[in-house]
Write a protein that binds this ligand. Sequence first.
Ligand code: MRU
Length: 325
Amino acid sequence: MLKPLIWKDGTLEMLDQRILPHQQSWISYSTADSVAEGIRDMVVRGAPAIGIAAAYGMALAAFSGADLVEADAVLRASRPTAVNLFWALDRIRDLRSSEPEVILAEARSIESEDLEMNLSIGRNGAQLIPHGANIMTICNTGALATAGHGTALGVIRSAHQEGKQIHVWSCETRPRQQGLRLTAFELMHDGIPFHSISDGMAASLMVAGKVDCVIAGADRIAANGDTANKIGTYMLAVLANHHGIPFYIAAPSSTFDPTLPDGSHIPIEERSATEITHIEDVPVAPEGCPVFNPGFDVSPGELISYIITEKGNFAPPYNFRDILK
Ligand code: MRU
């Protein structure tokens, strides 16, 4: 199984997702500061995976005798939108221990529980996928974004493993191209039939009757089901609803933030202009071109047909204050 990170000989090894699929290179991390930098630079990315990386970052801090309060603060400041990061760091903080082995054991549990949750999400979500379905997805929500199997891509993976002859439309996901680079890589790895498409093709495929459902992951889900995910997801939610196509979100309970009543409170990360103006370090826009680059958008809960979790599939109206956490 593909893995985004491995704890090995007292260091954290992370697969450099910035250069996949053409180079498979592992970077070794030995401090919480460097892990935070790896999260910020998207060496590791995907909501569950950055939570796991941060937990191991705390283990690194404990083993080196670093100040754990400072390490926690640096990791919390790495990326703002995915709540899994804060959820994992809360779990470490709630241990109230600076014992390296205790923190490492908790990081390992966070990782193994994530894999278990994803396998359940896959089983639950596959019930919604009919035989022969054409499924549209965005970004990368697979093994590379999690401890393994994936969330939205995990549902696709489970449906394929169950023998349903599905086909995937995988959106490119500008600007970082997680769909084209990472989801395509995972789908090819598993032999799942698919086509990569540019993001602007979604509507024309839907109106042509070539999409049976859309499934995306999540970075943070508010109490009313409003869901932050990769920029472009909201566009798919609106399009799917307009065309009468089911729109699903798949996420583990670590992605829910019931402290937020709705999506307007979710902090949306703004990333650098060069992600838009450059492709693979090659400038494509006029120099000085003004850019707006939010990494995420929020799909309203009422546009989501089901939120698929390890605890079951939930339909609107949502009230996650009581169901999860
Ligand atoms: O900026 P990224 O690549 O970290 O964004 C990832 C996504 O938006 C995913 O859809 C989300 O984190 C769910 S991953 C299981």
